[in-house]
Design a protein around this ligand. Structure first.
Ligand SMILES: [Zn+2]
Ligand SMILES: [Zn+2]
Length: 152
């Protein structure tokens, strides 16, 4: 009877410590995820231009060393889902991510450093370009050339 009680207590303690361990791990995972997400957000705030997964990864690793590409990809997906980022399709670089909430604008691609930049505003009068009978709903413009840091 005495040993039964001791065993039961031992078992209960084991369960409790396992629970604490699980909780602690969950908290650690959550904290790590938050740190990684914040690092990715910081990258976009600092760069102020559309970025591909590899670029986000490269800049993010300077903030959080342990950041891997799968984590970057997962967090980008979450940030798109949350409406903090949106995907754009670049004709040469494929899928890029940029901050939401910006006015209508276009992009510049530097052929030397292969980076995409944001061009503020738009001068295109789309309804004046389209011939009679065509209803314009949207447009995409990409400019190509050399950026200031490559041209200097
Ligand atoms: Zn450049
Ligand atoms: Zn435009």
């Amino acid at each position: 009877m005495g040993s039964f009680t001791v065993n039961t207590i031992a078992k209960l303690l084991a369960i409790r410590s396992r629970k604490n361990y699980t909780r602690k791990k969950e908290v650690q995972t959550l904290r790590r995820n938050t740190t990684q997400r914040m690092a990715i957000e910081q990258v976009f705030k600092e760069q102020e231009r559309p970025l591909g997964v590899e670029e986000v990864h490269a800049f993010g690793r300077k903030i959080v060393k342990s950041l891997n590409q799968a984590t970057v990809y997962r967090n980008l997906k979450i940030l798109v889902h949350d409406g903090w980022l949106k995907r754009i399709t670049h004709p040469l670089l494929g899928t890029l991510y940029e901050r939401t909430g910006k006015d209508h604008h276009h992009h510049f691609h530097c052929r030397t450093c292969n980076r995409a930049f944001e061009l503020p505003g738009c001068v295109l009068k789309e309804n004046e370009i389209a011939p009679t009978g065509f209803v314009v709903e949207d447009h995409e413009i990409y400019l190509f050339g050399v950026c200031p840091s490559c041209g200097a």
